[in-house]
Design a protein around this ligand. Structure first.
Ligand SMILES: [Zn+2]
Length: 295
């Protein structure tokens, strides 16, 4: 199996981005894996600290490894938004392929100091693990928000991005480029979309030369994703859209079978709804034209 670093290099050359989808139960794992296999594209699954607490850090690592081995399939595992070295060490020991070490809430120089320490500590446990650092402010929580946050103050500049990358040695950077975690109600309703600052992405790529992750991709205008990838985005996170689809699918399954108690008879609509979202995002991130004839 190709390393995640090699996969990202290859995707970058081919102007594709790797889709990153958060998972916290079997419905989500099944939906993501099945959508990726139908399209035959690599995929990254991730769990935040809260999601790992629910599922089990070593347990999900064993599960994803089993899928990867049995199907000889390029599915990779990311420790999403990890806020302490102790939590990061757990994932390095469990064999995660990458980690989002997120101290973006701290003052900038403190973020640099602690992220640098984390890069050294995590790579001493697993030299192949890719470490992502975060700068700027894109809000927290992949949830539905009532009110739009003010993103303007937290945007990342190419200068601070370069300083951060050079000082910490991170492999991947998550900048603030107009993206935000979660979705507004109007986005869930399909009335509004997020827009990305493509020139800022290109300038940060130019200044840093590292892989870039776009967090909070849910609800973004399709055309903005398409332009963000050649500008330098290598990984795109989608979480809230999956959570919305999961909830609608569970409700649909329950409504269809009011007297049913068998989980595997209730949950298939949830798998289907999530899978539709994942498939549409993967087609976009991997170049829609390649899938003209795919299901
Ligand atoms: Zn995120």
């Amino acid at each position: 199996m190709k390393s995640l670093r090699n996969l990202l290099q290859e995707a970058q050359q081919n102007k594709r981005a790797i889709g990153h989808f958060n998972i916290s139960d079997l419905v989500l794992v099944k939906a993501v894996f099945s959508a990726a296999r139908d399209l035959n594209v690599p995929v990254l699954v991730g769990l935040s600290e809260g999601e790992r607490e629910f599922v089990g850090t070593r347990q999900i690592a064993a599960f994803i490894r089993a899928l990867r081995d049995e199907f000889d399939y390029p599915i990779y595992l990311n420790a999403d938004h990890t806020h302490s070295l102790a939590k990061g060490v757990e994932t390095a020991k469990a064999g995660f392929d990458s980690i989002v070490f997120d101290l973006s809430a701290l003052p900038f120089e403190e973020n640099i100091r602690q992220t640098k320490q984390a890069v050294e500590a995590l790579k001493s446990i697993n030299p192949a693990m890719l470490v992502e650092g975060e700068i700027g402010d894109i809000g927290s929580g992949s949830e539905i928000h009532d009110k739009a946050p003010d993103l303007a103050k937290g945007l990342s500049s190419p200068e601070e991005a370069k300083h951060f990358v050079e000082s910490t040695g991170v492999d991947i950077l998550a900048p603030a480029v107009g993206n935000m975690h979660g979705m507004l109600k109007s986005m869930v309703a399909g009335e509004t979309k997020k827009h990305l600052q493509i020139d800022r992405i290109a300038a940060i790529k130019q200044a840093t030369g590292v892989f870039l992750t776009l967090h909070g991709g849910s609800g973004t205008e399709d055309a903005d994703f398409v332009r963000a990838i050649p500008a330098g985005i290598n990984i795109i996170h989608i979480n809230t859209e999956l959570r919305v689809a999961w909830r609608r699918g569970v409700e649909e399954g329950l409504a269809k079978n009011p007297d049913e108690v068998v989980p595997y008879k209730i949950l298939p609509p949830a798998v289907d709804r999530v899978k539709e979202v994942v498939a549409s995002r993967l087609r976009l991130f991997n170049g829609e034209q390649h899938f003209a004839h795919a299901k």
